[in-house]
Ligand binder design. Structure first.
Ligand code: PEP
Length: 256
């Protein structure tokens, strides 16, 4: 399967950026060796879906309920109606800024799946855990508690490994550390979901840039990248997507 490059615009972007993406990214998307997903703020989902037909669009969060008295929140079905097919859940910024627990993330994953959205579930350790040698324990603990039992039934979700200390910092783990964590996540997914766990794409996220994308994307069990800052610069996003491994090169197949 093709690698997946996901752009997380966070609380950035405008109609002008939508137009820029339509001009610069859309024309080249068909020739890229990977699939793209763009995750703008909720207000830009519909304009982006209209401007880039055929490119997958994602939300950055959804509520666990389908509707109700939850001022400021957005339901998975609303994202879907606006044109989204994916949703990022459990991003470390949501976990930190909004106190989202693993149980909350798991409930949101259920809501997303029920609405027909593909959840992109983020996990990642902070710097203290990495330095204390607890990165695996933290990440595998989040993974176990954030994914519902039916994660591989019907709509198969994606997992993104995003070390918190690498997000927006310009620092990334060593290639050996990325490969080791992706291997550990794969083993946990297989142990829990059997063969279906082998088909869940595991993306790396955290300071992926044009200069490091090829090396990261060539690592075993890396099924793509979740890109923050560089996804706001069309040329950089295209360069990262262009560095994806074509399936024909014979790497371990991934699905998503
Ligand atoms: C992110 O926040 O998902 C992310 C990967 O950000 P950045 O690429 O800017 O580190």
């Amino acid at each position: 399967m093709r690698q997946i490059i996901i752009g997380n615009w966070k609380m950035n972007g405008s109609r002008a950026l939508v137009d820029e993406m339509a001009r610069e990214v859309y024309a080249r998307a068909a020739s890229l060796p990977c699939d793209l997903v763009l995750c703008p703020p909720a207000t830009l989902i519909a304009p982006l879906a209209q401007a880039l037909p055929g490119i997958a669009i994602g939300g950055q969060d959804c509520h666990e309920r389908v509707s109700g008295a939850h001022t400021g929140d957005i339901a998975a079905g609303m994202l879907r109606e606006a044109g989204a097919s994916h949703v990022i859940l459990g991003h470390s910024e949501r976990r930190a800024d909004h106190g989202e627990s693993d149980a909350k993330v798991r409930a949101k994953v259920g809501a997303a799946r029920a609405a027909g959205l593909t959840p992109i579930v983020c996990v990642g350790e902070d710097e203290a855990a990495r330095q204390a040698g607890r990165a695996d324990a933290v990440v595998l603990g989040q993974l176990a508690a954030s994914l519902p039992e039916d994660f591989t039934a019907g709509v198969v979700g994606l997992v993104a490994y995003e070390p918190i200390w690498a997000i927006g910092s310009g620092r990334i783990p060593s290639e050996a550390d990325i490969a080791a964590m992706h291997g550990a996540i794969r083993a946990a997914l297989r142990a829990r979901f059997g063969a279906a766990g082998g088909a869940i794409a595991i993306l790396y996220g955290g300071s992926v840039k044009p200069a490091n994308a090829a090396a990261v994307l060539a690592l075993p069990e890396v099924g793509g990248a979740l890109v923050g800052g560089a996804s706001l610069v069309p040329g950089d996003f295209l360069a990262i997507a262009g560095a994806a491994m074509a399936p024909a090169l014979g790497r371990t197949p991934v699905a998503g």
